[in-house]
Write a new protein. Sequence first.
Length: 314
Amino acid sequence: MQELAIETSDLTRHFGRVVAVNQLSLHVPTGSIYGFLGPNGAGKTTTIRMLLGLIRPSDGIVCLLGAPLTRTNRSQLAHVGALVETPSLYPHLTGYENLQVTQRLLDSPHAQIQRALEIVQLAGDAQRCIRQYSLGMRQRLGLALALLREPSLLILDEPSNGLDPAGIRDMRALIQRLATTLHITVFLSSHLLSEVEQIATHVGIINHGQLLFEGTLPDLRQHQTDCVCVVVDQPQVALGILTEAGWQAEITSDIAYGHNVVHVTLHEPAVVAAINALLVQHGLAVYELRREQPSLEDIFLQLTGDHSPERNAA
Ligand SMILES: Nc1ncnc2c1ncn2[C@@H]1O[C@H](COP(=O)(O)OP(=O)(O)OP(=O)(O)O)[C@@H](O)[C@H]1O
Ligand SMILES: [Mg+2]
């Protein structure tokens, strides 16, 4: 069985009547880059705060690095680096001095400061005041702080939040380097799938505190069936014929074609030919039949949208 760096079972957290996290069971494999995704208010930060022992769960269990996190046993946290929302830094101190404060608190070797600065590529800016740092530099210094304890697991809450495209790219490259060269398991939250899909090996998608999907990115792609897009001269007639024959179909307008288009949900590849034959039999002119694979972003939006079947079924 695969080793898990993080495992939660039925993790739940209420705030008064609000159920921020609802029976969440996560499985984060050791060595993975796990994208923890969900729209605003989904429960990501609340989950992360429970993983780090910053707030107590209302119910359920957190296991970190193979051992349950309890009120009395938190020794695993010594091997966990974290960045929750924006890092708290002393603006009047330099980057180096900020790291020094934490290094002294942790009583970690002095050489760790230089090492952490080099990993996050801030060695050249170490003597500048934080006040002069850009947001991207502050986020990277926050990561350097988390690296001082030589973690085997990093938990990052929206590390790219507020960064410009170049900053996002740098952060992505840095996270990837940490995983591949230092073999650190990375658990990072985001509300954008596009931000993590290039680096994540696994994703967990939540909304309203509940897990909607967990697995690898190829698993996520499999999760959604393809569609066939049909361009015909009489969409309403085509819709009737296809629905009658048992296909799930709807009409959507496609501006690029200037026609209405019938979208048909495809359950098996062979049906493209069957759809064509059926429509031609009924005397319709079929201009185009095109298989469409939804993008990961479409799948994410479908899963987290208020009309998603998964949510309604939950
Ligand atoms: N301390 C708190 N007191 C009351 N409600 C809270 C508290 N913290 C979070 N919540 C509620 O819990 C829900 C989940 O919030 P959370 O911050 O975990 O979401 P999130 O996924 O991190 O959102 P975002 O993407 O905006 O950061 C929200 O409805 C929020 O209002
Ligand atoms: Mg949050």
